[in-house]
Design a protein around this ligand. Structure first.
Ligand code: AMP
Ligand code: ZN
Length: 466
């Protein structure tokens, strides 16, 4: 298996420390709002990475944190506390807010067939671990107290900027705008490990510590949670590209200072989903959620397919048109798969032959669109009987997780399958083109009677069931 490693700036052969076993860490969501479909792209591609590793035969242990404390609106420890702001906005306690959005996040993951990591750990459950590690960092001379807070001293580490392919000024765009520099910091990049002097008088969650009552900074949680469950070494650490600096840079600095050795060899960063107007972000408010897509008649599987069509190392631009194209292609693909009769005996040798190009595509820097091309090629293979095709689809779906052979329960109830709906949509479009609006309306009404609501968009007609 080869994939691009942000640390070395190369596509590299992946070699875990322990043969056959992979320890994987994922930065989880900050639970102050719904995840937007950009965040979900990152989790979705990390899911594909995990499933590919399992497909190849690795035994994977994956850990994810839930950030329910300490993440300020700037990743560089300034601005407002995201959780406090959210709690105020929604008249909830911080813990209620965290629970609400954590549940919403996992509902989205489930709908997108994103496997739940083996360990999911909210930061508020590990404060003792954070304090222990911060104490050790203070003792070793890597951390200092100033103005009531404890800071990590970035000048004490030899090579702070591990991800040297990124220019600091590029990564900091928008991070510090309009925000005062913290005068307590000895060096510009120093970051808070423990806050006691909070500017938020109403900070809801506080813990006692050797430095006074307060709460942890954001970066320390991932290092500690990873060490708690995965030990001193992580094989692959994942996140979105914006995590490279300062979050992951700081995670490396503090973890390696604490451990005294290299911590994680492979860093997997997914590029962003953007809209034509720019980056999608939770704090900007104007973002698309999975729920919103569903209200527009889209399905989570269409979104999964849309993401799999492009490479995780390219930014992906979301537009109604590009999404509608992918969604239509997905529906056709799925009907095609479902229409395959389960005839004959599975030809194991032929199925194994078709595993090769699929696996090769994924092993080559997780080339998901190539893997999907392989699926289309396999469907065209005239030598394969139905039972074998179905077996290969199921095998591919261990990684793609598109539910290609899952019958839609609702469609059965309405007594109409996806292919038939597509045919009716095409007939209605033809009727409209011929200005036969009565016929177009009749088709719409007939479908509505079967529980299928047509939705006209600039990119064509889609539908929703129920
Ligand atoms: P957050 O909940 O804000 O901490 O973000 C959760 C994850 O989504 C992180 O791994 C981010 O790097 C990632 N992320 C944030 N914005 C985007 C975006 N527009 N596209 C893809 N991933 C994103
Ligand atoms: Zn993290």
């Amino acid at each position: 298996m080869k994939f691009y490693n942000t640390l070395t700036r190369r596509v590299e052969e992946f070699v875990p420390r322990e043969p056959g076993k992979v320890k994987m860490y994922t930065c989880g969501p900050t639970v102050y709002n719904f995840a937007h479909i950009g965040n979900l792209r990152t989790y979705l591609m990390e899911d594909v990475l995990e499933k590919t590793l399992r497909y190849i035969g690795y035994d994977v242990t994956r850990v994810m944190n839930i950030t329910d404390i300490g993440h300020l609106s700037s990743d560089a420890d300034s601005g407002e506390d995201k959780m406090l702001l959210g709690a105020k906005r929604e008249h909830k306690t911080v813990l209620e807010l965290a629970k609400f959005y954590t549940d919403a996040f996992f509902r989205d993951c489930e709908a997108l067939h994103i496997k739940r990591p083996d360990v999911v750990q909210p930061a508020t459950g590990c404060v003792e671990d954070f304090i222990r590690v911060i104490e050790a960092l203070v003792e070793k001379g890597y951390a200092y107290k100033a103005g009531g807070n404890v800071y990590f001293d970035t000048s004490k580490v030899e090579n702070y900027h591990k991800f040297f392919n990124f220019r600091e000024e590029d990564l900091e765009v928008g991070v510090r705008e309009g925000v005062d520099e913290d005068a307590n910091k000895r060096n510009k990049n120093d970051f808070v490990l423990w806050f006691t002097k909070s500017k938020f008088e109403d900070q809801a969650l506080k813990w006692d510590s050797p430095w006074g009552v307060g709460y942890p900074g954001w970066h320390i949680e991932c290092s500690c949670i990873a060490m708690k469950y995965l030990g001193e070494y992580v094989d692959i650490h994942c996140g979105g590209i914006d995590n490279v600096f300062p979050h992951h840079t700081n995670e490396i600095a503090q973890s390696e200072a604490y451990l005294g050795h290299e911590w994680c060899r492979y860093w997997f960063h997914v590029l962003h989903l953007n809209t034509a107007g720019g980056k999608m972000s939770k704090s900007s408010g104007g973002f698309l959620t999975l729920k919103k897509l569903e209200e527009e008649g889209r399905t989570p599987m269409e979104y999964r397919f849309f993401c799999l069509l492009s490479h995780w190392r390219n930014s992906l631009v979301y537009s109604e048109d590009t999404f509608a194209n992918a969604a239509n292609a997905f529906r056709k693909l799925k009907s095609r798969c479902l229409a395959i009769p389960a005839e004959g005996e599975v030809d194991a040798a032929a199925a194994a032959r078709w595993q090769q190009p699929f696996r090769a595509a994924l092993e080559d820097d997780l080339n998901t669109s190539q893997a999907i091309t392989c699926l289309y090629d396999m469907l065209k293979d005239k030598e394969l009987n139905g039972a074998t095709k179905r077996a290969v689809i199921e095998d591919y779906d261990r990684v793609l997780s598109l539910g290609l052979l899952e019958e839609e329960a609702k469609e059965e109830v309405s007594g109409i399958d996806a292919e038939e709906i597509e045919r009716q949509i095409a007939a209605r479009a033809a009727a409209k083109k011929a200005k036969n609006y009565a016929e177009a309306d009749r088709i719409r009404a007939e479908l509505a009677a079967k529980g299928v609501t047509l939705i006209d968009t600039p990119a064509g007609t889609t539908y929703k069931i129920g």
